[in-house]
Design a binder for this molecule. Structure first.
Ligand SMILES: NC(=O)c1ccc[n+]([C@@H]2O[C@H](COP(=O)([O-])OP(=O)(O)OC[C@H]3O[C@@H](n4cnc5c(N)ncnc54)[C@H](OP(=O)(O)O)[C@@H]3O)[C@@H](O)[C@H]2O)c1
Length: 318
């Protein structure tokens, strides 16, 4: 008798990171329930083209704010990867409604559905945005899993995305602890790497703009970069390793934007790069805990080349 495949659910399956998580799960022979808001939307067609998708991927129409739609996708699954959350490219007019509510209530709904459906483990994708926004952290001191963004500071500086991720992670933590759910949290830094979908997401548009816009001057802010494929691996590791627990920062390279531009320029000299830089701050974060779990990351050069080649293939960049 053929063994029944393990069923898992990925929320936000059609997004940038979600698509890679689905791809890796399919390649490891999981049966995947993927949630998307609009299954017939052009932007999700890449999912049906993934290897083994025709047999092992089932899409569910679900909005994070609609509990029953979330529950329908999760019922029957032993594991859930909560990836969906709004990630805007620009400022949003109504952050409470557009960002914070879907992130926080969405996380609550996913956790509640996991509890109701007796899911064995939930992996929640948070962000370094929930870690680093702390004005009192000494410059130059390495940040780790004990660090949390200051919600009040996020609010007063109108850093709504950071607030949404910090509140959402707190929600996951509180619900998980209260109801005894087995959950693991992964906090990736700025994600780059190839796109599977045809539309450009917010973190990739940062690199596209660096190559295209020809900015006169830019602040040499620190950037903390990780490859989308390495994040997907981290998320799977967090699910599959029984000893995984708590939070994991997931980041590979820290560098100023100027160094990032220099590195990219050495590979692709002919784009319209920023012309000058003003001084920025310093920042350091460690993924040692994740590395102890068995995680490793690829060379930055590979991330940059594969990103740019995928933008060209998608017609986003010449
Ligand atoms: N990219 C980064 O640099 C980065 C870094 C750290 C953490 N993260 C986290 O990684 C996760 C994925 O981000 P991404 O970069 O892959 O962004 P993305 O491509 O914009 O994907 C976001 C996903 O969330 C879904 N979503 C948003 N609001 C929703 C709602 N109300 N109901 C259901 N689904 C909803 C979107 O679905 P639709 O397709 O229907 O809009 C989309 O699939 C997020 O949790 C983000 O905070 C990203």
């Amino acid at each position: 008798m053929a063994l029944e495949k393990e069923r898992v659910c990925v929320t936000g399956a059609g997004g940038y990171l979600g698509s890679w998580v689905v791809k890796f799960l399919l390649s490891k022979d999981y049966f995947v329930h993927g949630t998307v808001r609009e299954p017939s939307d052009e932007k999700n067609v890449h999912l049906s083209k993934l290897e083994k998708a025709s047999e092992n991927l089932k899409l569910f129409k679900a909005d994070l704010l609609d509990y029953n739609s979330v529950l329908s996708a999760i019922v029957g699954c032993t594991g859930v990867f909560h990836v969906a959350s709004p990630v805007p490219s620009t400022t949003v007019p109504n952050p409470e409604v557009e960002l914070i509510e879907p992130a926080v209530k969405g996380t609550f709904n996913v956790m509640k559905a996991c509890h109701e459906a007796k899911v064995k483990r939930v992996v929640v994708v948070s962000s370094l945005a929930a870690v680093v926004m702390n004005p009192n952290w000494p410059e130059g001191q390495v940040m780790d899993e004990t660090c949390w963004s200051d919600k009040e500071f996020c609010r007063t500086t109108k850093n709504w995305y950071c607030l949404s991720k910090t509140e959402a992670e707190s929600e996951a933590l509180e619900y998980g602890k209260t109801y005894g759910l087995d959950f693991v949290i992964v906090c990736p830094s700025h994600i780059l790497g190839p796109l599977l979908q045809s539309t450009v997401n917010a973190s990739s548009s940062f690199l596209v703009n660096l190559l295209k816009e020809g900015y006169e001057s830019m602040e040499n802010q620190p950037r903390v970069i990780v490859d989308v494929r390495d994040v997907a691996e981290a998320v799977l590791l967090a699910y599959e390793k029984p000893e995984a627990e708590g939070r994991y920062l997931c980041t590979a390279y820290t560098m100023g934007i100027r160094d990032l531009v220099d590195k990219t320029k050495s590979l692709y000299p002919n784009y319209n790069y920023p012309k000058s830089f003003t001084e920025g701050g310093q920042f350091m974060a460690s993924s040692e805990k994740l590395q102890r779990l068995g995680w490793s990351y690829r060379p930055l050069e590979e991330t940059l080349i594969d990103s740019i080649e995928s933008y060209r293939k998608a017609g986003i960049l010449n």
